[in-house]
Design a protein around this ligand. Structure first.
Ligand SMILES: CC(C)(COP(=O)(O)OP(=O)(O)OC[C@H]1O[C@@H](n2cnc3c(N)ncnc32)[C@H](O)[C@@H]1OP(=O)(O)O)[C@@H](O)C(=O)NCCC(=O)NCCS
Length: 161
């Protein structure tokens, strides 16, 4: 397994990965349909991507994990919003922790002093990962996700660097 920044050439693999993880849990903002981008759009996005982003890539080239920081601008430029996911077959093997370590290091290197994230309130596995890295629960939000006809509340977690 290697951990690296995604490249333009990963576009098709990345879109496939997003469909896979979208279908494996109801914790993300999309399902098995993935994200509505063409390979060309994804290529352009990855080509220009300057924000921290890490993918975990299996020996055969398949992406099995992904984490990124969305950087703030102007008066929130000291902060970033974190997103992370790992294919179900790889849960509990340290992939999420490795990605998290790399993102936190990159955030520190860039002078970011606060990482924020939103998580479904009942997503105990993700919350255990965040707690392990020192994140604390800072707030609560109702109806964060709507999956089918069902609403799910969310929690706001943060890490000061
Ligand atoms: C949340 C997620 C990214 C964690 O990734 P992972 O690769 O399984 O994480 P790790 O193997 O590094 O485990 C991290 C911690 O989770 C906790 N954990 C592991 N297995 C667990 C389980 N069965 N139940 C609860 N917590 C568990 C442990 O604290 C573990 O740390 P430790 O092994 O050092 O004690 C992954 O489960 C995932 O992608 N879930 C679906 C998408 C998602 O929920 N993303 C987050 C949206 S906010």
């Amino acid at each position: 397994m290697i951990y690296r920044k995604p490249k333009k050439e990963d576009a098709a693999n990345m879109l496939q990965y997003l469909k896979r993880i979208g279908g494996e849990s109801d914790n993300l903002t999309f399902g098995s349909e993935g994200l509505p981008f063409t390979i060309k759009q994804e290529e352009e996005y990855l080509d220009k991507l300057s924000a921290p982003c890490i993918v975990a890539v299996e020996d055969d080239g398949t992406i099995v994990g992904d984490g990124s920081l969305e950087l703030g601008v102007r008066r929130i430029s000291h902060s970033a919003e974190l997103g992370i996911s790992v294919c179900k077959a790889y849960w509990g093997k340290g992939v999420g922790s490795t990605i998290m370590n790399m993102l936190i290091q990159e955030a520190k290197d860039r002078g970011i002093t606060k990482i924020n994230l939103k998580v479904r309130a009942d997503n105990e596995r993700a919350k255990a990962l965040y707690k392990k890295f020192g994140f604390v629960k800072e707030g609560y939000t109702t109806r964060m996700l709507k999956v089918g006809d069902e609403y799910f509340d969310g929690e706001l977690w943060g890490l000061m660097l």
